[in-house]
Design a protein around this ligand. Structure first.
Ligand code: FAD
Length: 377
């Protein structure tokens, strides 16, 4: 790519920030435009579990696994305290049917080389004595998973990008994308307009605006269907350590909803995510948050005294078929999409692969199933 080419990234969540970081390691002319505050979208609300657990088919599992394995290098390159915690995830079941499903999945994942191991009741309890696993029919543990403080990741990526010459514009959303006809009946994105009235010309435009990308894509004449998936997480005031070995815990999937996921930040505050991908407990009211903490305290009694510090709400980026959209659009070949759920797990891979595709014109075969062309042009 010509060193003077102007690359604009719309959206400073974890995905736009990771792409900005990777691009600016090799290219100076990068502008990040954020409509609100960096990291304030899905990235803020995220449970931020780095994993490749419930990812099927195999090809999608492998994509997540590869990115999971890239996290330590990404963290090393960022060279800052980003609150990355490794130690694995444990979950257990309460019914015989639930145990059969969990152990089947664990066997399948092991056959893919993903180390989910079965735990006996005694072993699980000895590993996490502070968790009440009753009733208990089975448990599994996967030691290669972790979680991260997404706000720190975003801040660090953008700081490093700025130090390398990038401009970061905040609180100024993109309101229009200008396109012009180009060769072979296609078009090119030539500029964006911001709410402030500013117009910024571009040679490459990256849309990493999460759920809002659908509206931005329409401005360039591209259909991008997404499922509406509101999500929320509840963060407590700091507590003493709730786990002895693991860093993430999921309550039984075979009990009636809510399904609860729990992790603890380095400062002792605990994040609880309760719900499903169709919606989360805590989406709408603050009472829900207290209720959620009360329910999770049935499993982790230390949470019984927890005070809610913050409720984080956001719209999950969720392409209609549930899989990522990464890559250039056929009909607007200088428009690059980077929109996905599991964007925390996938951030290192997306940042690195997007830089290769944008700066080196690489066409990464692992990304072929995830092009926007499957929906549009
Ligand atoms: C409750 C919840 C739990 C989750 N749990 C996990 C998990 O455990 N593991 C995992 O890997 N993933 C998880 N995810 C998904 C993950 O958080 C997201 O995939 C990831 O944060 C997406 O990042 P992003 O940068 O693409 O989007 P966002 O963080 O939404 O960022 C998009 C940015 O674009 C900006 N923007 C929007 N419109 C415009 C505009 N017109 N102009 C300029 N800027 C604009 C927004 O302000 C926002 O800052 C979870 C998500 C939620 C909500």
């Amino acid at each position: 790519m010509n060193p003077n080419s102007r690359i604009i990234i719309v959206g400073a969540g974890i995905i736009g920030s990771a792409i900005a970081f990777q691009l600016t390691r090799r290219h100076r002319n990068v502008t990040v435009v954020e409509g609100s505050q960096p990291g304030s979208g899905a990235t803020l609300a995220s449970y931020a579990w780095i994993n490749s657990r419930d990812k099927e088919p195999r090809q999608y599992h492998d994509l997540n696994r590869r990115s999971l394995d890239m996290w330590p290098r990404f963290a090393r390159d960022l060279n800052a305290d980003i609150g990355l915690r490794w130690g694995g995830e444990m979950r257990w079941t309460a019914t015989e049917d639930g145990a059969a499903d969990l152990l089947d999945q664990a066997e399948r994942l092991r056959s893919w080389g993903y180390p989910v191991i079965e735990m006996s009741r005694d072993h699980a309890r000895a590993m996490e004595p502070g968790v009440v696993m009753e009733p208990f029919t089975s448990a599994v543990y996967c030691g290669i998973e972790g979680h991260v403080d997404t706000q720190r990741v975003v801040r660090t990526c953008l700081n490093l990008a700025q130090q390398a010459g990038a401009d970061v514009i905040t609180n100024d959303p993109v309101t229009a994308i200008t396109t012009e006809p180009s060769a072979e009946g296609k078009s090119a994105a030539t500029a964006i307009t911001l709410a402030s009235g500013k117009e910024l010309p571009c040679d490459v435009l990256v849309l990493a605006a999460g759920y809002e990308t659908t509206g931005l894509a329409a401005m360039a004449g591209i259909e991008f269907p997404q499922t509406t998936s509101p999500g929320a997480t509840v963060v407590t005031e700091p507590l003493s350590p709730i786990f002895r070995n693991v860093v993430c815990m999921h309550t039984p999937r075979d009990l009636p909803e809510p399904l609860m996921n729990v992790r603890q930040f380095a400062d002792g505050s605990v994040m609880v995510h309760g719900g499903t991908h169709k919606g989360s407990v805590g989406d709408t009211s603050d009472d829900d948050a207290e209720k959620l903490i009360g329910e999770v305290a049935n499993f982790i009694p230390l949470l019984g005294t927890a005070k809610v510090k913050q409720i984080r709400r956001g719209m999950r980026p969720m392409p209609e078929d549930g899989f990522p959209v990464i890559g250039f659009a056929d009909s607007v070949p200088n428009l690059y999409f980077a929109v996905m759920h599991s964007g925390v797990t996938l951030a290192p891979l997306t940042g690195e692969f997007a830089a290769l595709e944008i700066l080196d014109s690489a066409q990464i075969d692992l990304l072929e199933p995830y092009r926007i062309a499957r929906f549009s042009g």
